[in-house]
Design a protein around this ligand. Structure first.
Ligand code: PLP
Length: 265
């Protein structure tokens, strides 16, 4: 079923990044770029620039619940992207709201560390996301280190090692998994889309840039926006990947900070 709204409504449930490259700020820009109206529920404030995270201030779970309830009470949401979720309590209130309001699409980016290497979600938070939110998701989008943490295994370092994770990733309970191959030491950036126990390789170029801050956030939000518009998962992933690659190409034009610069979109 495609929405009758000509511009669908998308929601990001994620943390704030004041440097604008990742988190809520990236998500809203990606929604806009891919033709969805963006709404947001903030799970945590971070004090952050392109060099690192200096502080995290979590929003209390009951206030996240209040934000979700107030929004869903008024706005029909077609697609949700979930990003930084740092505790079991927060994962529970998100599950409760999503089970009650049932948006058509749920995309989960299992955020764990910032590009600077700073930890955003601890082990208990990661286990909560895995147990409570992954089974609810239509699509989960881990990169290779995130997949390794979710599965309690070593980070895959080859396409064969990525394929070997297929049964364990499928068993996590999401309908589809996009295992992103950007961390491979390879000339290309192949991603593996796992649907109904079957794996499909999606080839992509490796774009030479240091401006990678926010790529995971941007891709998952772009996919959510495309899903809200067309209800076609392989097409949404393909369109979002092509858009992100163009954004990465354009990021060389940005001069934002001295560390891991943002993707341009
Ligand atoms: N969410 C927040 C609030 C962040 O600050 C970050 C990184 O700094 C991320 C998510 C993950 O960002 P990326 O898309 O670079 O993996």
């Amino acid at each position: 079923m495609t929405t009758s709204r000509s511009i669908p409504n998308a929601l990001t449930i994620a943390g704030s990044d004041p440097s604008g490259g990742a988190g809520i700020q990236a998500d809203l820009k990606a929604f806009s770029a891919l033709g969805a109206y963006g709404t947001s529920v903030i799970t945590a404030l971070t004090a952050q620039n392109t060099r690192g995270v200096t502080g995290v201030h979590p929003v209390p779970a009951e206030f996240i619940a209040a934000q979700l309830e107030t929004l869903f009470d008024d706005v029909a949401i077609d697609a949700v992207k979930i990003g930084m979720v740092a505790s079991r309590e927060v994962a529970e209130v998100i599950r409760e709201a999503l089970e009650r309001h049932r948006p058509r699409w749920i995309v989960l980016d299992p955020v764990m560390v910032a590009k600077s290497g700073d930890i955003l979600v601890d082990d208990a938070g990661i286990r909560a996301v895995r147990d409570i939110l992954v089974p609810l998701a239509d699509l989960v989008t881990p990169n290779l280190p995130e997949a390794a943490v979710l599965l309690d295994t070593t980070t895959p370092d080859s396409p064969e090692a990525m394929e070997a994770l297929l049964p364990a990733l499928a068993a996590l309970g999401a309908d589809h998994v996009l295992l992103k191959g950007g961390h491979l030491h390879a000339e290309r950036c192949p991603d593996l889309l796992i649907s109904a126990g079957q794996a499909h390789w999606l080839d992509g170029p490796r774009i030479a840039t240091h401006n990678l801050h926010g790529t995971g956030c941007s891709l998952s939000s772009a996919i959510a926006a495309c899903l809200a518009r067309h209800d076609d998962l392989p097409a949404a992933v393909d369109q979002a990947k092509r858009w992100l690659n163009a954004a990465l190409e354009a990021s060389a034009r940005l001069e934002v900070g001295q560390g891991h610069g943002p993707v341009h979109h």
